[in-house]
Write a protein that binds this ligand. Structure first.
Ligand SMILES: NC(=O)c1ccc[n+]([C@@H]2O[C@H](COP(=O)([O-])OP(=O)(O)OC[C@H]3O[C@@H](n4cnc5c(N)ncnc54)[C@H](O)[C@@H]3O)[C@@H](O)[C@H]2O)c1
Ligand SMILES: C[N+](C)(C)CCCC=O
Length: 519
């Protein structure tokens, strides 16, 4: 069925696709929803049109999906790593072959530009390929003990893992969670965001087509209620969650009841520090990459841009000049660089942050307004113009003039906006900027632009964040671990280390002589 949906993609344009296929998947097939009365409309962000209905799964459906995943796990986990790798490589090949069609569907459901969606799909198959490569390398240790006795360790899967995804990278998040899970011999039940239910089920079909046992990767649709059922289910061994901090806390609390392992990939308010000795053009490009991918709806975005005072005028001039010419519009057109935000309420929330920033004394240097493209079919879309705020408060009574705190206390500098809004702040010294950069409860990412190699590594070592980009931003190859410090979460996705988050170690102790009993 997905093939028929994907087959309609080459000719598809914004405003033309309607998805009527069932979006649940377990037991090796799409499953008709049972709670039709609970339907929720899913919108195409670029047009505001209804794309499909999302029917949340109830307790019976969640249980059925988990039982189907468990049955598949019993088969899959007995295969050798190399056997699992072959199937995963075939899945990666199929995704690569259908990348344009999957990317188009992702754009229609999410609103991001086709240029970015193609990269997301490429990252997804690369991730599956990477973990296929690791599947055959999973091994334990051999430990020699006195008297010829020995012990060895086995790296074993956890069982049925749950993946819960956010709406900003729907297909990629499903791949980032499932690839390491399946490589280790687990099964996964994945719940996409209710706002982007469409493409995870395509991944499920591709996994099946590649040769995975029925049920190995299941998709259940729904929101908080369905997520709660998944976190409480006794058969589930682990929950890997991507989303906001408040929901992450709930997931952790629910999972703790069943002593389930948890990975939390949460929000951020990451600092990007630009020193006066930087290569300015690269720093400007880095700041744009740090703020405007996926309409700014990226967890690791460097939204607090600290610029050393001496280069502030040049930096602002260049960053504003380039922000003003970002082509915003139909996300399916090759020339578009910024599409639509995920929903109308989210767009209003982001615009509200800009209004609040103005009230608190920030200056809007460009953008920050709702944007209506000239194409009539996009009139109801959720577009806004990318915004640069400069957060310098001189003589506002409610703040202490002349101190750094007054700027850093603005709402736009403290809270995750999750939209195309860059806040620029001046700084003077390295010591000061590190203190201010770390003055947040988040710790997902960070960045530094400088030509001074010692300073770059010193700053990277002192920033409290899971990632520090030196002289670039938002580069995350699948070989490199990704995850947060502080309230941005724990556990990692990507890289070799993630194998540890989807497997457990068994120790086997072997006696070669007689038992020496104390009794
Ligand atoms: N660190 C990362 O890798 C990463 C990546 C993408 C997004 N994010 C973060 O995600 C947020 C935006 O995404 P969002 O709006 O989808 O987040 P969200 O927390 O609202 O929802 C995330 C997922 O959790 C589900 N959910 C909601 N309530 C639940 C509950 N009680 N139990 C179980 N599941 C529940 C949702 O249906 C959705 O699938 C931002 O804060 C962003 O920074 C983080
Ligand atoms: C691929 N990026 C741009 C690093 C985003 C990772 C997922 C975060 O929202």
């Amino acid at each position: 069925m997905a093939q028929s949906l994907l087959d309609s993609m080459p000719g598809a344009s914004t405003g033309t696709v309607v998805v009527t296929d069932h979006l649940n998947f377990w037991g090796g097939k799409r499953v008709k929803p049972r709670q039709e009365s609970k339907a929720e409309a899913v919108f195409e962000p670029a047009t505001g049109r209804v794309l499909c209905q999302m029917f949340p799964c109830g307790a019976e459906e969640v249980d059925e999906a988990i039982r189907s995943a468990h049955a598949a796990y019993l088969k899959w986990s007995t295969l050798a790593g190399m056997e699992r790798a072959r199937v995963m490589l075939e899945a990666a090949r199929i995704i690569r072959e259908r990348r344009e069609k999957i990317a188009k569907l992702e754009v229609i459901n999410n609103g991001k530009s086709i240029t970015e969606a193609l990269v997301d799909i490429d990252v997804a198959w690369q991730c599956i390929e990477y973990y296929a490569g690791l599947a055959g390398t999973l091994s334990g240790q051999h430990i020699q003990l006195p008297g010829g006795a020995f012990a060895y360790t086995r790296r074993e899967p956890l069982g049925v893992c749950v993946g819960i995804g956010a709406w900003n990278y729907p297909f990629q998040i499903a791949a980032w969670k499932s690839a390491p899970a399946l490589a280790c011999g687990n099964a996964m039940v994945f719940k996409p965001s209710p706002m982007t239910p469409v493409t995870a089920v395509i991944l499920a079909e591709i996994y099946k087509e590649a040769g995975m046992p029925d049920g190995l990767f299941c998709v259940v649709q729904g929101g908080a209620e369905t997520g709660t059922l998944l976190c409480h289910h006794p058969t589930v061994a682990k929950v890997s969650f991507t989303g906001s901090v408040p929901t992450g806390k709930k997931v952790m609390e629910m999972s703790s009841k069943g002593v389930k392992q948890v990975t939390l990939e949460l929000g951020g308010k990451s600092p990007l520090i630009i020193f006066k000795d930087c290569e300015l053009e690269n720093a400007v490009k880095g700041a744009l990459m740090a703020n405007f991918l996926t309409q700014g709806q990226v967890c690791c975005n460097g939204t607090r841009v600290f610029v050393q005072r001496e280069i502030m005028p040049q930096f602002l001039e260049e960053v504003v000049k380039r922000t003003k010419v970002i082509p915003v519009g139909d996300p399916l057109l090759d020339g578009t660089r910024m599409g639509a935000l995920i929903s109308k309420p989210h767009l209003e929330k982001v615009l509200g942050f800009v209004t609040q920033a103005k009230k608190e004394g920030a200056k809007v240097l460009c953008g920050g307004d709702a944007f209506v493209p000239s194409d009539p079919k996009l009139k109801e879309g959720y577009f806004m113009s990318p915004c640069v705020l400069v957060c310098i408060v001189f003589y506002i009574q409610s703040f202490s003039p002349g101190t750094e705190n007054c700027r850093d206390n603005m709402t736009c500098v403290k809270e995750e906006i999750f939209g195309p809004v860059m806040s620029v702040l001046p700084f003077d010294t390295e010591e000061e900027v590190i203190r201010r950069a770390n003055n947040t409860t988040f710790g997902l990412a960070s960045g530094v632009f400088t030509r001074d190699i010692s300073r770059a590594h010193r700053v990277a070592a002192n920033l409290e964040a899971g990632t520090c980009f030196i002289n670039n931003y938002n580069i995350s190859p699948v070989e490199v671990p990704f995850g947060g410090y502080k309230m941005s979460g724990f556990g990692r996705e990507n890289g070799q280390v993630t194998i540890e988050y989807y497997s457990q170690l068994k120790t086997v102790v072997v006696e070669m002589g007689d038992v020496e009993s104390l009794f």
